[in-house]
Design a binder for this molecule. Structure first.
Ligand SMILES: *Cc1c(COP(=O)(O)O)cnc(C)c1O
Length: 376
């Protein structure tokens, strides 16, 4: 059996090695390291894949979120509502821009931001909502967009974990995650579902004016060479990363199918166990791309289980061990512990298993056997 890894980028590389090596070699030969044709090709390819009018590549997913908020013209003191249970990048950029983060609780069934909690957190200062498609499952976008419309708020999708997922509206219409809100941000960090071999990110929008504003922001606030109209940043996707992404984009759906198959194998083996809650998929199967496969371990010794798995060389991880509202950087006297009962419980229960496009049956059986052996 191959060594089990949380993410197996080496095995995935074997399947695209020739094309990746050849396109990187070309860039080395013609030295088009920045803004090479690969970047434009990737932008167009991703626009077509997502069905979105504008993709603006940038340096990483955190920049993408920050630039999205800059592009919307959010001002210091504006309140931005996001989930308490997510990676810190989401709240970090809100704070960096001197906007006011308003963390809210999540839904215990799918780990995504609670629409009810958003509704309760809206004040006259609220300007935007940032749903995170956590672990690869699309947040309840129809309800969120409706609420945003009622209160005249922007919706910024954090799609760092959800690329390739689809959302089905109650009338049956489908849209790709990242094409639903006013703007979206994603990351191409190597371990993401569509990852490059370094850092990368992108912003998506269907709004022509917003796309124009953002193309200037990522390039030092320039709309005309050496004319700096706004304070911008330097945030680029380099040509080598774009070349890797061009090799992987045509395979994204099959990579996500492989993840879904692995998730189904895990869930079939672990279903109906009194100490395990397996992840549920809301709506259609393609609403979840399993960036992570995350169990809840209830009324059992999670740390003991982790130690047992590690003793068998099975990696596992807790995403995320501390709710953001309890992180030193984001403490706020307005928060009340009673408003975070779900996140507070999830951090004690969650356990993420190895998840990537290259897990095989032997590995999956070995992992689920080890879990059942410990929990009996
Ligand atoms: C990975 C991630 C980011 C940040 O992406 P980077 O490319 O690492 O900056 C933001 N939000 C979420 C939910 C993520 O998982």
């Amino acid at each position: 059996m191959r060594k089990i890894q949380m993410v197996d980028l080496k095995s995935q590389y074997e399947g695209i090695k020739e094309i990746v090596n050849q396109s990187i070699q070309e860039i080395l030969e013609n030295t088009s390291f920045i803004n090479g044709p690969q970047v434009h090709t990737f932008q167009k390819g991703l626009e077509e894949y997502l069905g979105v009018k504008h993709v603006i590549p940038c340096a990483n997913g955190t920049d993408a979120l920050q630039i999205a908020m800059m592009g919307l013209g959010l001002k210091p003191g504006d309140e931005v509502i996001t989930a308490d249970f997510t990676f810190a990048a989401t709240v970090e950029v809100i704070a960096l821009l001197q906007l006011t983060p308003v963390l809210v609780d999540v839904d215990p069934s799918n780990f995504n931001i609670s629409v009810e909690a958003i509704r309760n957190a809206i004040t006259p200062k609220t300007k935007a909502i940032v749903p995170v498609h956590l672990f690869g499952q699309v947040a309840p976008m129809e309800e969120i967009m409706k609420l945003a419309e009622e209160h005249n708020l922007y919706v910024i999708e954090d799609n760092a974990q959800g690329i390739g997922a689809s959302y089905t509206y109650s009338n049956g219409t489908k849209k790709k995650a990242g094409s639903i809100g006013h703007i979206a941000a994603t990351s191409f960090f190597p371990s993401k579902n569509l990852g490059c071999y370094g850092d990368g990110g992108a912003i998506f929008t269907n709004d022509d004016d917003l796309a124009h504003v953002i193309r200037g922001i990522v390039n030092h606030g320039m709309y005309e060479r050496y004319h700096h109209d706004v304070v911008g940043v330097n945030s680029r996707l380099d040509s080598i990363q774009a070349a890797v992404l061009n090799a992987k984009l045509p395979k994204l759906d099959s990579y996500n199918t492989a993840r879904r198959n692995a998730a189904n194998a895990y869930s079939n083996a672990l279903a109906n166990h009194p100490n395990i809650i397996t992840p549920i998929v809301e709506g259609d199967e393609d609403s979840h791309v399993f960036h992570q496969y995350t169990l809840r371990i209830v009324n059992a010794d999670r740390n003991g289980l982790m130690a047992h798995l590690q003793s068998k060389d099975i990696p596992c991880a807790i995403y995320y061990p501390i709710p953001l509202h309890r992180q030193k950087a984001y403490l706020d006297s307005r928060y009340n512990e009673a408003d975070f009962t779900v996140t507070n419980q999830l951090v004690e229960e969650v356990l993420s298993l190895p998840m990537h496009s290259e897990l095989d049956e032997d590995q999956l059986v070995f992992i689920t056997d080890a879990i059942l052996e410990f929990l009996k």
